[in-house]
Ligand binder design. Sequence first.
Ligand code: ZN
Length: 148
Amino acid sequence: MKLMIRQGNLKQIIETARKSEIEICGFLFGRKKEGEAIVEKIRFITNRLNSSTGFEMEPLEMVQTIDEAEERGLEVVGIFHSHLKCPPRPSGNDLPGMMLWPVVWLIVDDNGNYRAFVLEGEKVLEVPVEIVSSITDRWQRGSKKGEC
Ligand SMILES: [Zn+2]
């Protein structure tokens, strides 16, 4: 498993995390291909805990965002969130979420570090992150042509 993400998207997540006093969170949408999770679109979701030590995505926003992405043929390939003054690896609080969402978990800290993980069985495995300069973006291509 490998996570492929555009530099601009990763930068946006890191910069938003740096400016925020609470954990930020959201979805990585895209497609999965031969063991690669390819991110085509990121969407921030409100952290309803409003906390610097944990996050919970606002449920209604989650559902609406997933519906919107699915209409464009994209699936949830990952979840991202930030840690403040903590290293970017899954905390004990993250494990139940990782069980619920068996996708790649991208974690950033407020120093610009980032790492990605996936839960396999009961083991947390690190997933390499490949930063790419461009990804064919079906989301943008669709909206430019006014397609659904
Ligand atoms: Zn966490």
